[in-house]
Design a protein around this ligand. Structure first.
Ligand code: PAF
Length: 289
């Protein structure tokens, strides 16, 4: 496995792969890797001749500077994990390497980037599009892999790629976006790099989020969307130390809120919960149909 810090070296390496007609998979990450990331990387290794994993805590997607400072950074352990599961290249650049000058590009794909996380974290998805578009331009991958824990992020990235395709961009035409299922702890907590920030008592209550989401699917069978939403919020808020920031039940393709279970063929519930005193912001989602 080769660790690369410069954009030029990355581009040279992938150009060499292309000359040999090799397919390239990209797994963008912010490091602090866990089994969820490992599942994306393993899939890329299975489906491509070469796999590039980026490890970069992207400052432009953090609307809260304290969150950026607190974000876990574990490059050495990340590289050991990536080597053990067969990644070929790790791209771990500095902020200056990725942003030699401020990125002033703006991306806007409403409603995917304006609802839920978009409303509560202004600028977040613009930053995600800045870094992910740069990574796509550097690597020009055949396939890119993203975890469904960030359900909304996938919708925004798909909208961004569709936008590049509509402008005739070659790398976008070839690129396939592959969403991958959430990986959970045995007690149901969705794996997240942020889980390492949870104190023991916070970690103990966090699985109640998924427990409530699962219960809500059963509840939804004979209740309205609004009743299901309110019941889920009440179940989670009843646990001391958990506080729902939002729970929305949406069309899984457009991310628009639904008011009836007949409003869309695929319906997803997306939640953000504050956990503990710090608090740590945890997100999760569940499919209703
Ligand atoms: O999902 C993440 O970890 C990040 O948002 C991503 C896609 C790596 C961009 O920084």
């Amino acid at each position: 496995m080769v660790i690369i810090n410069s954009v030029k070296e990355l581009k040279d390496k992938v150009s060499a792969l292309r000359r040999e007609n090799k397919t390239v998979g990209l797994v963008p990450t912010m490091g602090a890797l866990h089994a969820g990331h490992a599942s994306l990387v393993s899939r890329s290794v299975r489906e491509n001749d070469a796999t590039v994993v980026s490890v970069f805590v992207n400052p432009t997607q953090f609307n809260d500077k304290n969150d950026l400072v607190a974000y876990p950074r574990t490059l050495e352990a990340d590289c050991a994990l990536l080597e053990s599961i067969g990644a070929d290249y790790v791209f771990a650049p500095s902020v200056e390497e990725v942003y030699p000058e401020p990125d002033t590009r703006t991306f806007s794909y409403p409603p995917t980037d304006t609802v839920m996380e978009g409303a509560f974290r202004p600028g977040h998805f613009n930053g995600v599009c800045q870094i992910v578009s740069k990574l796509f331009m550097f690597v020009e991958p055949d396939r890119a892999y993203f975890g469904e824990k960030d359900f909304q992020q996938i919708a925004v990235i798909k909208a961004m790629v569709a936008d590049y395709v509509s402008k005739g961009t070659e790398w976008a035409k070839r690129l396939e976006i592959h969403p991958c299922p959430i990986v959970r702890e045995a007690d149901g907590l969705a794996l997240s790099s942020r889980n390492t920030l949870l104190a023991a008592n916070e970690r103990a209550i966090a699985p109640n989020i998924y427990k409530a989401l699962k219960a809500s699917v059963a509840y939804s069978k004979n209740h309205t969307v609004e009743e299901t939403k309110q019941q889920t919020i009440a179940d989670i808020n009843a646990i001391e130390g958990l506080e729902v920031q939002y729970y929305d039940i949406v069309n899984a393709l457009t991310l628009e809120s639904v008011t009836s279970w007949d409003d869309a063929d695929h319906i997803q519930g997306c939640i953000t919960v504050f956990c503990g005193a710090t608090p740590i912001r945890l997100i999760d989602n569940i499919n209703y149909k």
